[in-house]
Design a protein around this ligand. Sequence first.
Ligand SMILES: Cc1ncc(COP(=O)(O)O)c(C=O)c1O
Length: 399
Amino acid sequence: MPILSERMSRLGTESAFEVLARANALARQGRSIINLGIGQPDFSTPGHIVEAGRKALADGHHGYTPANGILPLREAVAADLHRRHGVTISPERVLVVPGGKVTMFFAILMFGEPGAEIIYPNPGFPIYESVIRFSGATPVPMKLREGKGFSFDAEEVLGLITPRTRLIIINSPGNPTGGVVPRAELDRLVAGLALHPEVAIMSDEIYGEMLYEGTHASLTTYPELEDRLILLDGWSKTYAMTGWRLGYGVWPAALFPHAERLAINCNSCVNAAAQYAGIAAMTGPREPSARMVAAFAERRAYIVPALKALPGFTCATPGGAFYAFPNIAGTGFDSRTLQSRLLDEAGVATVSGTSFGAFGDGHLRFSYAASLDALKEAVGRIGDWLARQKQQAKEKVAV
Ligand SMILES: Cc1ncc(COP(=O)(O)O)c(C=O)c1O
């Protein structure tokens, strides 16, 4: 048996992929499964973007590109950030990578080592905690508060900082909760961070264009953070491009060479055709993205009250992304049991809140990247299943 490095035992996973595999296996057996487990838009990549990728291949863009990405793409990213946030960012600080995940992997590897601490949102995207542990650093959970719409309390986060803290990860709008951190909370956090100039911040803003109320408060708009803020963003969600594997990080000038070296060691560059498609996405018509967000808004307007109406469920209204994260404690089931029984017995795939960290206990994640009809059918099935459990419990008592 080959002997693995010790660190491999510390690497976690993303349960949504396991749920997807189980849902697909059940579907292959002929079961009708509604998949609200996976976090990807249920839309195709807009045609003009696909066409740009196809043209790049036809035009002969088959070789390596510069490790940091082709210049017109990095310029498009800088222009896009200016359009969205009014900020001026040099394309020289943009590192194009194969998907949003890669920026978090690089950032955590850059700062994580035994003895270091990294603060991360919990419940949060499971890869944060997984890679922090992998790096040898200690994961320090920043508790997202259901009562605050799954935002954090800035004072509480600042109180977690110790001399060992190297990096703080922020994700708004957030996965799995859809929670949005209000600008006033960010103001308080940034003001407090002035006392901790050695701590880096990674802001995962991959859902930044999927917002249903107000405008997105980006950490890029705080110039005082410029020399220690890593922005994580990408094309996966905004342009329905999860399978193209295209993302970017904006790095502080002093950190950029380290990030680029990680890219050279890991992936050399991102596939050339995807980069050309990425230019078309950012410089082309915005209507396809706007239509997708409008569809998510309509689904949110249906699913949140529908979940609230299920017995034992309560649900905070998500401000962004395409997730609802209801509290299911009142059903009497724990999250993991409810996740597997809803999949096996009601044919509805969701993800247990515990897959997103200890503070996700008592919740389920519903991805509403599915048609309105599918959502209605799913909620109906869950309602029927809960009613059957209640009936069976009654019959047991009667016997
Ligand atoms: C919060 C968050 N960050 C990053 C990612 C990764 O995106 P990508 O598929 O581009 O790697 C996801 C994907 O689900 C996510 O939810």
